[in-house]
Design a protein around this ligand. Structure first.
Ligand code: AMP
Ligand code: MG
Length: 496
């Protein structure tokens, strides 16, 4: 990797070995006169790419490759086929309608697949144009990298390239391409696809897919008495952990269709997502989701529903429905355990005690009643003074019902004393789990509006800020503030 004009990437492309039933090989569509919009040095570093790697201007310029205009030797571009349930209904065949798998490279963190999102029509584009618009690319890029910095399992984003290519949505917009990275982009929907197409008595493709995923991503399952049930259980556990992470930070995905569920338990396909501002458990972040199927508080149950869809798809391999149900069952306790661990940490508790659940539930109830800002309330709680009689005005002022908060505060203080908690130590620990900065919609919107004028500085600024969401950044303090009134008018939908 010393000469950036000849990136010595080692291409593994193991997905390719699954064979043509799983994908269509095709070249990305070109995007003329591309320009850089954003690059993630952190993602590049995680792939083992050197610092100056972006700046080559030769024929194999990364700008051209990540716009779909050139390929490095070793790439084997393809679009994969999958199906899925959308908003609770079987949607039939979907597939990579605008994502294009470039290949899989060897990295210091293990084999990693690279994908272009928005590289033009594929056989799975259906009514779409295969493109992604600048605003949605910026949101995906910023949020993927912000989630990673928050410690939440996610696909990564390496860069965005933009162009003047017109793309029609509700209005005329411009095309851009996000390059994503993940150990695998396989979704629940890939399994559903092959289960649906395959006769129950000859589940060849389905089995090939399951064996592939087990061999490369869940090798421990190979030794299990029932490897496919073990796979289902492992996916359920990873999904539980991801959901607990979302709920603890106030992340709402927006489109939890089974085709948007990663088999590795990674947050994937950032569309109309949102971080909670005022805490409303029923918050619906996707304007298109009129029934609120994917409302914030429903997410853990929806994930369980999606896992049942995966279980149904795996039935030809698992055979016994009791075994499949037994494999799903640990999801519930795994979710609760992971959620409780995270919430205890958010409260700065270092031990687990009876009554913790009530302490947490009561706080969340008060926050919901008073529509307290989720991120700010938790962050301010880090400074809780456990001295008897302390007013704790900074966090108390978040609540309208101050007496109720005071009563809760007495219980919390008692709980802290029970484990001899030291305020200053606890504050430091809590500030490492309660972020100061999250990608609120209005912050993304400001960066997007600027980017539409050709000024990408705000995207870069936000990207850098969100790499360190737990630190104080006095120069960017406004980004940690309450959302402005106009933020309530922002609507994000499936249009992207
Ligand atoms: P989503 O729910 O946005 O992840 O997308 C659902 C399905 O629609 C997937 O198969 C996508 O590949 C496809 N899709 C979404 N937008 C487009 C587009 N602009 N062009 C082609 N396919 C798309
Ligand atoms: Mg999707």
């Amino acid at each position: 990797m010393n000469d950036p004009s000849k990136p010595s990437l080692i291409w593994l492309n193991r997905f390719h070995g699954l064979g043509p039933a799983f994908f269509t090989e095709l070249q990305p569509h070109k995007m003329s006169q591309p320009h850089w919009v954003a690059r993630s040095e952190a993602c590049a570093a995680s792939l083992g790419l050197p610092h100056n790697w972006w700046h080559d201007q030769g024929a194999l310029d990364p700008l051209q490759v990540f716009s779909g205009n050139a390929q490095w030797p070793g790439m084997q571009p393809l679009a994969s086929v999958y199906s899925g349930h959308q908003f609770g209904h079987w949607a039939g065949q979907l597939g990579d309608g605008r994502a294009l798998w470039l290949g899989e490279i060897d990295t210091p963190h293990g084999p990693t697949e690279l994908q272009l999102k928005g590289a033009g029509l594929t056989p799975y584009s259906r009514m779409g144009d295969g493109r992604a618009v600048l605003r949605s690319s910026i949101r995906e890029f910023l949020c993927s990298e912000a989630m990673h910095a928050l410690g939440i399992p996610t696909t990564r984003a390496l860069c965005i390239t933009g162009s003047a290519l017109p793309v029609m949505r509700e209005t005329l917009e411009t095309a851009s391409v996000v390059t994503r990275a993940a150990p695998s982009f396989i979704r629940f929907g890939h399994f559903e696809h092959f289960a649906h197409r395959t006769a129950a008595d000859s589940p060849t493709d389905l089995q090939r897919l399951a064996d592939f995923v087990i061999a490369h991503h869940y090798p421990d399952c190979q030794a299990a008495a029932h490897p496919y049930a073990a796979l289902l259980q492992s996916v359920a556990l990873r999904t539980a952990n991801m959901l607990a992470a979302w709920q603890a930070v106030g992340f709402c995905h927006g489109v939890m269709n089974t085709d948007n569920m990663s088999i590795l338990g990674l947050t994937i396909d950032y569309g109309p997502f949102g971080f909670l501002d005022a805490f409303d458990p029923g918050h619906i972040c996707n304007h298109t989701d009129q029934q609120g199927r994917y409302a914030f508080a429903r997410q853990p149950n929806v994930a369980f529903w999606n896992l049942h869809a995966l279980a149904r798809a795996l039935m030809p391999l698992i055979g016994d429905s009791d075994a499949a149900l037994a494999a799903l069952e640990p999801y519930k306790t795994a979710f609760l355990d992971s959620f409780m661990t995270r919430m205890r940490a958010k409260l700065g508790l270092s031990t687990a005690q009876d009554g913790d659940q009530a302490l947490i539930d009561n706080l969340l109830k008060l926050m919901a009643q008073d529509r307290c800002d989720f991120t700010i309330t938790w962050r301010r709680l880090s400074g809780f003074d456990s001295t008897p009689g302390a007013l704790n005005a900074s966090v108390r002022d978040m609540f309208m019902n101050r007496e109720a908060f005071d009563a809760w505060g007495l219980t919390y203080r008692q709980r802290l004393q029970d484990e001899a908690s030291v305020d200053s130590d606890r504050a430091m620990a809590m500030n490492r789990i309660n972020p100061k900065y999250v990608l609120r919609n209005h912050l993304a919107d400001v960066a997007i509006q600027r980017a539409k004028t050709g000024d990408f500085s705000e995207v870069q600024k936000l990207h850098e800020l969100l790499q360190h969401p737990f630190d104080e950044h006095p120069a960017s303090a406004a980004c940690a503030d309450f959302p402005p009134d106009w933020a309530q008018q922002l609507e994000v939908s499936c249009s992207s």
